[in-house]
Write a protein that binds this ligand. Structure first.
Ligand code: KMT
Ligand code: NI
Length: 179
């Protein structure tokens, strides 16, 4: 369903897949260890889907908005695209449901390697508070996504390094159960 892999070190276009050679897939179990949650839903039914409603209720995702990320639909496109791809954390979970199109969420593992998550229509992904991550469109240049949040949204990115940020400390305490 959802596919993820370890990235290569090439500085080519960020929209390319950047798979390693040979390909190194990242299993879903690894993503779970990093605190990343994932559901596969029917994007076309997002207005009436009881599964989405149940997830929103259980996790208190009261806030919802829809964004269209493409060169023609996103205001300040170049600036935003650059911002999304800066490595950062948030003080809350980042919850995204891809309604159409596709894009990549990259997350860091505990060895500081990038894992690229190929998010497509129907993928609902939760990046935990404090995880280092970034987002890019792929070569289709289009993602329509639902942005969910617990209460009033705070989208502020804190660019790396944020090793003293309380959200980073909480993340490591919760998920980096080693050493
Ligand atoms: C964000 O906060 O990084 C974004 O909303 C862009 C990704 S949404 C598919
Ligand atoms: Ni983010």
């Amino acid at each position: 369903k959802i596919e993820a892999w370890y990235m290569d070190d090439s500085t080519d276009d960020q929209r390319l897949p950047h798979r390693r050679n040979p390909h190194e897939p990242c299993p879903l179990s690894k993503l779970r260890e990093l605190g990343v949650l994932y559901w596969s839903l029917d994007a076309d039914k997002h207005e009436t889907d009881p599964r989405l409603a149940a997830i929103r209720k259980v996790y208190n995702y009261s806030y919802m908005e829809i964004v269209n990320i493409s060169p023609t639909t996103l205001p300040n496109y170049d600036e935003k695209i650059k911002m999304f791809y800066e490595e950062h954390i948030h003080s809350d979970d980042e919850i995204r449901f891809v309604l159409d199109g596709s894009g990549y969420f990259d997350v860091r593992d505990f060895d500081d390697h990038w894992i690229r998550i190929d998010c497509r229509k129907g993928d609902l992904i939760v990046l935990p508070e404090g995880i280092y991550h970034r987002f890019t469109l792929d070569t289709n240049n289009y993602t329509k996504a639902m942005r969910l949040f617990v209460g009033a949204p705070i989208w502020t990115p804190y660019n790396r390094p944020q090793d003293e940020h309380p959200s980073r400390s909480r993340y490591l305490e919760k998920f980096a159960c080693r050493g």
